[in-house]
Each structure stands twice: as C-alpha cells, then as structure tokens.
Design a protein around this ligand. Structure first.
Ligand SMILES: [Zn+2]
Ligand SMILES: [Zn+2]
Length: 144
C-alpha cells in the first residue's frame, strides 16, 4: 500500500484527529485491500461522522477509483445517543459479530453517505454531506 492509500480519519472540517466512537467493521489492512466503517467524533468541532473507507488495488485502472471514502454527518447529540444506546461492550472492536454490530453494519451500508473526492485540491472536502441520525429498534442502535 503506497503512502497515499494510508487512510486518514482526521476531521474533514478542522483536519484534527478524531476519536473512534464505534468500530463497525473492518477487513484488512492487507497489502492490496483494506476497508472499514466506523463512527468518528471531533471534539474541537463538536461533530461526528459515519466514515466508510475502501481501498481495492484490484480494480481495473480507469474503471473505478482504487480508494473510495464516504462520509455522512452524525450530529453531536446523535453521537451521544449512539454511545449510550450501542448494545455491545466492545464498541471499538471492528471484528465483533454480535447482533448490535451486525445491525450497525447493515444500517451503515444503507445509510445515505457522500462519496468524497480522494485526489486533487478538494480531497476529502466536507461540502454537501448528508446527515444520518441514530435510531433504536428492538434494543439495538441503528443508523437511519
Ligand atoms: Zn474538527
Ligand atoms: Zn459487538
């Protein structure tokens, strides 16, 4: 993996480091692929996000980007709701396969996220992002 493929979880607004609130799912990092979904929070900006990162070196050149990053805003109040509602004792464990983690994974895929530019001067611009909120169904927190 070349340096430009090292994922950045920094805040899209202030570029500062973010706290990982929930580690939803991760595969890798492997040499030629890495993807994850997690919820991040920037204390400085008081705003969170649902971030999905995908690096796939096997894509056919020119057909698809090898790195794709999606993000959706999660408001500070919803981040707090997520912290208190997340029904798993290992919220940072991307590998956990409990019902809560599965629910978070399934609903994070369906949640409307914005594909961020990966290259060029607008790299990871926060402009135009959708917002997702946190709901709870059958005792499990979910993105909606
Ligand atoms: Zn920030
Ligand atoms: Zn779990």
């Amino acid at each position: 993996m070349s340096l430009r493929h090292v994922p950045s979880d920094n805040c899209l607004i202030c570029q500062g480091e973010q706290e990982v609130v929930i580690g939803i799912h991760e595969r890798g990092p492997h040499e030629r692929m890495h993807d994850y979904k997690r919820v991040l929070f920037c204390a400085a900006c008081d705003i969170g996000e649902l971030r999905a990162f995908s690096y796939d070196d096997f894509v056919v050149f020119g057909e698809e980007e090898d790195v794709m990053v999606w993000s959706a805003v999660v408001g500070a109040e919803d981040v707090e709701r997520l912290r208190s509602l997340f029904a798993c004792l290992a919220p940072l464990n991307h590998q956990c396969g409990c019902a809560q983690h599965v629910r978070a994974y399934d609903t994070s895929i369906r949640a409307a996220k914005t594909l961020l530019p990966e290259y060029g001067p607008d790299r990871h611009s926060p402009a135009g992002r959708t917002t997702v909120s946190i709901g709870v169904t059958d005792g499990l927190a979910e993105f909606c």
